[in-house]
Design a protein around this ligand. Structure first.
Ligand code: 4AZ
Length: 269
């Protein structure tokens, strides 16, 4: 996102960054590889034209929430990320069912319709959502969006974030899908960390705070638009944060329940 700490906007990352702290307590640094077959609703957004053929042209994540409906972050389709307005990207593709971006498994579908939230605020990062209608059904199971008031949003809940982003925070992009466990945090944690700065402003009604108090496991550039999942339900989309995996700077997600009106209005089913 607009995190100024990234020199390479337009290139991307999932990090499950880093932490000396995680190393010290013996946990796995940087999350774990996962199979797309076990999380078939995780998709990649790609453009060979803009991002090259290596790694299938991946530049963001997305989530299948209906047979032909994918949600992602609005900022993924921004000029800042793509270099041009999204309408000028001739080969925007949704990559479905491909574990390894260096391979050709699964399928690449076009979007029949793209809705980017016109109220997305790139200053606060509020409203970071877009809905893509696929040219045809993906033929894979979709994930259910956790409704407002679902216990999955409760602070302290264990969640999993998925993506193909950078695994170091320094531009080492993953080719295989990875996931990391993070905790849903109190809104007050992100409100305190992000009261309003160049990186964004935490708005609890439409954002969700998740991470690890000591830092470590987290999402990062390249994971944007991808899913944060609790108990098989979608609770967030990777959106923004200051850095990746830093103590005191949790990840901020688009609150999945805030997607529901847009999905019913702009999705396919
Ligand atoms: C990004 O730049 C980004 N650590 C996404 C997530 C986070 C930071 C940055 C959260 O797309």
């Amino acid at each position: 996102m607009r995190s100024t700490s990234y020199a390479t906007l337009g290139a991307f990352v999932l990090v499950l960054a880093v932490p000396t702290s995680a190393a010290a307590d013996g946990s796995v640094i940087g999350g774990n590889p996962v199979r797309v077959s076990e999380s078939p609703w995780v998709v990649a957004l790609a453009s060979h034209d803009r991002f090259g053929t290596e790694r299938s042209g991946q530049f963001c994540g997305g989530v299948l929430v209906g047979r032909s409906t994918v949600v992602t972050a609005a900022h993924c389709l921004s000029k800042e990320v793509l270099g041009v307005p999204w309408q000028q990207v001739r080969d925007l593709r949704i990559v479905i069912g491909r574990d390894n971006l260096a391979g050709r498994g699964g399928q690449e579908l076009k979007a029949a319709n793209v809705w980017v939230n016109p109220r997305y605020d790139s200053w606060t990062n509020e409203g970071d959502m877009a809905v893509l209608r696929l040219e045809k059904p993906a033929g894979r199971p979709a994930i259910q969006i956790a409704g407002r008031g679902d216990a999955a949003y409760r602070p302290g809940t264990g969640a999993t974030v998925y993506g193909w982003g950078d695994t170091t925070g320094e531009g080492s992009y993953a080719t295989a899908l990875r996931s990391a466990g993070v905790n849903v945090l109190e809104d007050s944690v992100c409100a305190g960390a992000y009261p309003g700065s160049a990186d964004g402003t935490y708005k609890p009604a439409s954002m969700l705070c998740a991470g690890e108090p000591r830092g470590g496991r987290d999402a990062c550039q390249g994971d944007s638009g991808g899913p944060l999942v609790v108990g098989g339900r979608l609770v967030g989309l990777v959106s923004w944060g200051t850095g990746c995996g830093q103590a005191g700077h949790p990840g901020v997600y688009t609150r999945a329940s805030a997607l529901l009106p847009a999905v019913s209005q702009h999705g396919a089913d």
